[in-house]
Design a binder for this molecule. Structure first.
Ligand SMILES: *[C@@H]1O[C@H](CO)[C@@H](O)[C@H](O)[C@H]1NC(C)=O
Ligand SMILES: *[C@@H]1O[C@H](CO)[C@@H](O)[C@H](O)[C@H]1NC(C)=O
Ligand SMILES: *[C@@H]1O[C@H](CO)[C@@H](O)[C@H](O)[C@H]1NC(C)=O
Ligand SMILES: *[C@@H]1O[C@H](CO)[C@@H](O)[C@H](O)[C@H]1NC(C)=O
Ligand SMILES: *[C@@H]1O[C@H](CO)[C@@H](O)[C@H](O)[C@H]1NC(C)=O
Ligand SMILES: *[C@@H]1O[C@H](CO)[C@@H](O)[C@H](O)[C@H]1NC(C)=O
Ligand SMILES: *[C@@H]1O[C@H](CO)[C@@H](O)[C@H](O)[C@H]1NC(C)=O
Length: 663
């Protein structure tokens, strides 16, 4: 019993002393430590890892780090505090750092920097593409923005080409200004690079081996032949899901003997949506166009594909049903627009369009949304035809008058005769030949002759200005131009201009719509420039002439008759300059603006030129009017008396008439 009691006491004492011991030891654990039941002091984790505790201990947007016996705080990545301290232990809130204040430093050149809360990212400018291939990047050490125009696949394998296409597409689709030349240049560049690398890939194929591939952005099919062997059939059909191409192997190879000849057809799945705004193809904004097929590129090893002997045939599946006029177009890498040059529609129905082209490039099918309304184009055609026929008649009568009426024979009349003959031929050729587009050479010839004849009109008009100037300035006894030199200038100068133009850019003569100078390439300036110069020079001559005339009228002893005559001549010449000059000013506006109103004005004025000239030189001229009256009287006499009366005898009487012309 006693021993049992003793044992219990002992335990109680031990227990008691243990508690005393433990409390003293607990007091010896320093701050930042706490005692665990097995009686050692362990580190107190002030930062338990949660955001709340870090906010409570350190402040907003901080990280809390525990150390043995203590802790410290830092701002989170992308944040800083006002004191700029990296390590701190007191409550300090941290704020977002705007890394983009120095965007160049944060992202590198040609990029834009976007700051977000605690974070930033970089994107490349329009026309640049990040080297990591992603839309944005953070690390400017590893990633840069690279000029899209200089981007090429790293090798001519389909994988690399596909990578290149993805990058280019991502970058092109970010462009805002889709109708800028810069953008169209990038598209051009993209198409050229795709063509070049694809054909390089195709060169590696075995004889008659065919390869298809489809990536996210394009589909390609290619085939090669080797060892100078052309398959029996002589042509190859390459087809992607929606488009196909038939081309002769001779066209593909381009030369008699070859080691390898390859052809490839690339169909772009989305490029049409990126190119839909580059449709200013034919200079008139009135015709709004829409791309209704995929864009395809036809690539061959032959390098001379400007003018193929046998046309290549392309079949497009129409992406949109069409009810309007379709056009086959190719991408022009020099003007960066779609061009209808060298392509025609073979056949078209709701689902397919077959195009036939005499050159190779990238192609598509366009649909006209609103063409010049049928009634308008019909009206314009009617006006032109009627106006020109009227003009031709008037010019013919004028020419007859100038030749037959001796009373008005003078150097001026000679000039008028040449002018009218040029204009007569020009309008006649215009009437029959302007839309003679079926024959390319013929069309170019018509365009060349029209260019020549219209220029000749202006050359003769300049001669008239010079002649008037001489009459006034060189004091009446008309030191007139020698007719030899006049002929040389009147017909030689236009020949010179046409010759130079034809040598420099013969392609500019004749387009697929009309036989006139090409407007899209600006070749029409080969006509408009000399015309503008002549108008300006002539205007100069007229100003001097009028000025001298005014002087002469004011002089002491003016020869009134002669002066009044010259004054009338001058006004006629000025009116004529305005007439012909204005026609082409309207013409220029018409070509530039392409509005319906302009089309009407230009067509009317242009087709009535001959009639105006007749009115100006014949009907407004009293002498000529008198001649006409005499002529009609004599005709009546002739009929009445059935007596022969000579026109010229009556006209010799007119010679004596010194009455000045009526104006
Ligand atoms: C005491 O317990 C802690 C955890 O509770 C352990 O890490 C430590 O090793 C223990 N010490 C001894 C001496 O058993
Ligand atoms: C902050 O303190 C930690 C721990 O003492 C240390 O490792 C770190 O280098 C310090 N940072 C700065 C910027 O002083
Ligand atoms: C591009 O198109 C917009 C509207 O579609 C137009 O305002 C702008 O003038 C065009 N720019 C060029 C260079 O054609
Ligand atoms: C190339 O063709 C010739 C005859 O057409 C043939 O003898 C030769 O073996 C061919 N060479 C190769 C590499 O196929
Ligand atoms: C394309 O079609 C035209 C007219 O249908 C034909 O003359 C020409 O030979 C064809 N070209 C090819 C390569 O089949
Ligand atoms: C084609 O159809 C559209 C509507 O689908 C219509 O607005 C347009 O006038 C039509 N064009 C022609 C030439 O019929
Ligand atoms: C449309 O034209 C294509 C190619 O010429 C032809 O294969 C197809 O049968 C035509 N479809 C219809 C509905 O006429």
């Amino acid at each position: 019993m006693v021993t049992q009691h003793c044992f219990l006491r002992l335990v109680a004492i031990c227990f008691h002393s243990a508690i005393i011991l433990s409390t003293t030891e607990a007091n010896q654990c320093g701050t930042g430590f706490y005692r665990v039941p097995n009686m050692t002091c362990v580190d107190d984790n002030e930062c338990d890892g949660s955001q709340d505790s870090s906010n409570a201990r350190c402040g907003v947007n901080t990280e809390c780090y525990n150390t043995v016996g203590s802790f410290y705080c830092t701002c989170k990545k992308g944040y800083s505090n006002q004191a700029g301290k990296a390590n701190f232990t007191t409550m300090t809130n941290c704020h977002d750092v705007n890394e983009c204040l120095d965007a160049e430093k944060a992202c590198g050149p040609h990029s834009s920097c976007t700051n977000t809360e605690g974070y930033f990212f970089c994107t490349c400018e329009e026309g640049f593409v990040s080297t990591n291939g992603e839309p944005s990047y953070i690390d400017k050490m590893e990633t840069r923005c690279q000029d899209l125009a200089l981007l090429v696949p790293s090798a001519s394998s389909l994988e690399n080409i596909s990578q290149f296409a993805d990058l280019s597409f991502a970058s092109l689709s970010k462009f805002q200004q889709r109708n800028s030349t810069e953008y169209h240049k990038l598209i051009s560049n993209f198409l050229v690079v795709m063509e070049k690398y694809t054909i390089q890939a195709a060169r590696n194929l075995q004889h008659e081996q065919r390869k298809n591939d489809s990536t996210s952005n394009f589909e390609v099919v290619m085939q090669a032949i080797r060892n100078n062997t052309i398959p029996k059939d002589g042509r190859v059909k390459l087809a992607t899901a929606k488009n196909s191409m038939v081309i002769g192997w001779n066209t593909v190879a381009g030369k008699k003997s070859f080691d390898v000849a390859a052809a490839a057809l690339i169909s772009y799945k989305q490029l049409d949506s990126l190119m839909a705004t580059s449709l200013s193809g034919d200079g008139s904004k009135e015709t709004e166009l829409d791309l209704i097929s995929e864009v395809v590129t036809a690539a061959v090893t032959n390098t001379d594909t400007k003018n193929l002997d046998e046309p290549v045939n392309l079949t497009f599946e129409n992406k949109k049903y069409h009810n309007g006029t379709v056009k086959c177009v190719s991408w022009d890498n020099t003007t960066y627009t779609w061009s209808a040059y060298g392509c025609k529609v073979n056949s078209t129905n709701r689902t397919y369009t077959v195009c036939s082209c005499t050159h190779l490039s990238s192609f598509a099918v366009l649909m006209a949304l609103h063409e010049i309304k049928e009634s308008d184009s019909y009206n314009l055609h009617l006006i032109t035809t009627v106006g020109i026929i009227l003009s031709l008649i008037c010019l013919f009568v004028s020419i007859l008058t100038f030749i037959l009426c001796r009373s008005i024979r003078s150097i001026r009349t000679t000039i008028h005769t040449h002018l009218c003959v040029s204009l007569f031929l020009a309008e006649f050729l215009f009437l029959i030949g302007i839309s003679w587009t079926a024959n390319k050479t013929g069309c170019a010839l018509v365009a060349g002759f029209l260019h020549y004849l219209f220029l000749a009109c202006f050359a003769w008009m300049l001669l008239e200005g010079v002649q008037l100037y001489l009459m006034v300035v060189k004091v009446f006894n008309a030191k007139s131009l020698r007719s030899k030199y006049m002929l040389l200038f009147g017909y030689g100068f236009p020949l010179l201009v046409v010759g130079i133009s034809a040598v420099a850019y013969s392609r500019g003569y004749g387009t697929d719509k009309y036989c006139w100078l090409d407007l899209t390439s600006g070749f029409v300036w080969a006509f408009l420039t000399p015309v503008c110069i002549i108008i300006l020079v002539n205007a100069g001559f007229f100003i001097i002439t009028v000025w001298r005339l005014v002087d002469k009228f004011a002089s002491l002893n003016p020869d009134m008759n002669e002066l009044k005559k010259i004054r009338a001549f001058t006004f006629t010449a000025i009116a004529q300059l305005c007439l012909l000059g204005c026609t082409w000013v309207f013409g220029m506006l018409h070509f530039q603006e392409g509005t319906i109103a302009m089309a009407y004005i230009f067509t009317i004025v242009n087709s009535l030129q001959g009639a105006f000239i007749f009115i100006l030189h014949c009907l407004f001229n009293k002498q000529v009017r008198d001649e006409y009256i005499k002529f009609f009287i004599s005709v009546c006499h002739m009929q009445k008396a059935s007596k022969y009366s000579e026109f010229s005898t009556s006209s010799t009487q007119g010679l004596k008439s010194t009455r000045e012309t009526g104006m």
